[in-house]
Design a protein around this ligand. Sequence first.
Ligand SMILES: [Zn+2]
Length: 78
Amino acid sequence: MLSCRELSETATDYLEGALTLRQRVGVTMHLLMCKHCRAYVDQLAKTVSLLKSGQAEQDMAEPDPGVIDAFRKARGKP
Ligand SMILES: [Zn+2]
C-alpha cells in the first residue's frame, strides 16, 4: 500500500502513463481508498491537461530575473 507521500511523488508519472503496471495498480488502489489523494490527482490532471493544451503558456513564460538572481545567491557562487 502506497503512502500519500509516495502517491504524490508518482502522481505525475501516473498521469503520463509512465508507471509500470504494478505501480499503476498501487496508485489506483490508493485512489480508491483515499479521497484526499483522489482530489489531488484530479487537480493535477486538470493542470497537466491545461499545460498540454497551451492555455497556461503565459504562466510558463521566462522566469522573473529576480528569481534567477535569488537562485544564484542561494547557490553561492555563479
Ligand atoms: Zn492518500
